[in-house]
Design a protein around this ligand. Structure first.
Ligand code: HEM
Length: 470
């Protein structure tokens, strides 16, 4: 139902609200809680208002439904009648109305990409947006076309547009007695394991390949069961093989039935989040109000979380496991290539995305001369990983950490205060004139915004900063 970021796990920064907005939850009328909504969706009432029919909605039709009493919103190509949900929306009616009669995908993602609207609004589904007759960019294929069986031939490519045609990955497959090999030609040099995400469970295969801002998905209900799978990547030529071990050594007549997203190549941000269930393997106390949760991906999933990226967690209410999404985030490793000076400005759990990045920079970036962390917290007890950070500073002379407290006890010998221009000017200094520098910032939105502003005032360029936000 609702995707709840678990309480003690640091929330990804992308969950922070956009600058300057007055967004917050509103008090809901009695009888309008999430549980009440769930009850209503299960009551059998016709919430979509179409007596069970699904229709194709044109843009003109969508635009007509722009009033509170008759409000349709399109998210990722599907149109929902949100009028019944209006009073249940925790962000309030006015927020929801911003997207009335339009494609609300970007707005929705900006505020709460992790909310599982598909499940919450299932009963409000009106239908699918009609494809524009002249639209060459074809981001989501029509189901009817996709319901053809895959017969081993290369299916028609889903094009982004004529110019993008040649960049669209394609796939093929072949078999031996014991194996099925699905080959994806990504047409992308420097393919690597961080760009390949595969889930294969209960005859359902989903492979996603990240190609810059886009992603290519293969999604098939396989012809037969498989026992296991492996991934083989020919990095230089950009070929990815998903090798499935057949459960029974029978001859497959076809790879399987294509599912909704099969063979599509679209912008990553336009894909819904894909989750798989994960087991909690340990829970460790880090500070008085922070715990470290370790989850294990199921055997049927293979992916890595690249440095600087994050995942979303979803917990089904009253459920007993956590689901974890694909990795997301706009940080690119190329930002630290040939880097000389790396600075981290972190507030509280904002340090989270920096852990992996710091490790990556110290071990993989040979040009690195300095890595400095300035870590803002309220009190000493709030400092995450203090011991480990101090140890690291002793062990690696390139690394330095400074703790700054806003509510320091009397005996605190370190720095006090909040983020300020003078503090930053003393801390963020190039190791040599014109050195290649990157300053990463993560914390609550006002902290991040102020930090960026101070750095701009100090003369750092946009390319020299990375704020971990949406
Ligand atoms: C597209 C226009 C929408 C806007 C501008 C919007 C805005 C907001 C805002 C401002 C909040 C309060 C967030 C906070 O500060 O915690 C919120 C919460 C929420 N909205 Fe929306 N919303 C939109 C659409 C939707 C839709 C279609 C759903 C469908 C299920 C939805 C479900 C929720 C839920 C479940 C929350 C509570 C989230 C949480 O507790 O983390 N919203 N929304």
């Amino acid at each position: 139902m609702l995707n709840v970021p678990p309480p003690a796990f640091p929330a990804p920064r992308s969950q922070q609200r956009a600058a300057g907005s007055s967004r917050s939850k509103v008090p809901l009328k009695p009888g309008r809680s999430l549980m009440d909504w769930i009850r209503l969706t299960k009551s059998g009432k016709d919430l979509a208002g179409l007596k069970g029919r699904l229709i194709e909605v044109t843009e003109d039709e969508l635009a007509k439904h722009n009033k509170k009493e008759d409000c349709w919103i399109c998210i990722r190509g599907l149109v929902y009648n949100v009028t019944p949900y209006m009073e249940y929306h925790p962000g309030g009616e006015d927020e929801l109305m911003q997207a009335a009669g339009t494609d609300g995908t970007d707005l929705f993602d900006q505020v709460h990409r992790w909310v599982n609207y598909e499940s919450m609004l299932k009963e409000c589904l009106v239908g699918r947006m009609a494809l524009k007759p002249v639209a060459v960019p074809k981001e989501i294929s029509s189901i009817s076309e996709e319901k053809k069986q895959l017969n081993g031939m290369l299916p028609e490519k889903k094009l982004l547009g004529v110019s993008a045609k040649d960049l669209t990955p394609s796939y093929d497959w072949f078999q031996t007695d014991g194996l099925i090999t699905v080959v994806i030609y990504t047409k992308q040099k420097d393919m690597n394991a961080e760009l390949v995400i595969v889930d294969c469970q209960d005859k359902r295969l989903r492979g996603e390949i990240i190609v810059n801002e886009h992603s290519y998905v293969l999604e098939v209900d396989l012809d037969h069961e498989v026992e296991d799978f492996f991934i083989n990547i020919a990095e230089k030529i950009g070929k990815v093989e998903i090798i499935l071990k057949k459960k029974d050594n029978v001859h497959w007549k076809m790879l399987g039935q294509p599912l909704e997203s099969h063979n599509t190549f679209i912008k990553r941000k336009n894909r819904g989040l894909f989750y798989r269930k994960c087991k909690l393997v340990s829970k460790t106390e880090v500070t008085h109000d922070t715990k470290l949760f370790c989850f294990m991906l199921p055997k049927s999933t293979c992916f890595q979380v690249p440095a600087g990226q994050h995942v979303y967690l979803k917990q089904i209410i009253a459920g007993d496991c956590i689901s974890i999404s694909n990795p997301e985030g706009n940080f690119k490793k190329s930002q630290v290539q040939a880097l000389e000076d790396l600075f981290f400005l972190a507030a509280g759990t904002g340090f989270t995305p920096m852990v992996k990045l710091l490790n990556f920079a110290l071990t993989e970036v040979s040009s690195l001369r300095t890595a400095k962390l300035i870590f803002f917290n309220k009190t000493e007890d709030d400092i995450l990983w203090r011991n480990q950070l101090e140890q690291l500073a002793l062990k690696d002379e390139r690394f330095e950490v400074q703790f700054v407290l806003s509510e320091a006890a009397k005996d605190w010998m370190g720095k006090q205060g909040r983020i300020s221009s003078s503090l930053l000017s003393g801390f963020v200094k190039r190791s040599r004139k014109d050195s290649k520098v990157l300053i990463c910032i993560c914390g609550p939105t006002p902290f991040t915004e102020q930090g960026v502003q101070y750095l701009k005032d100090l003369g750092y360029s946009q390319e020299e900063m990375h704020a971990f936000t949406a």
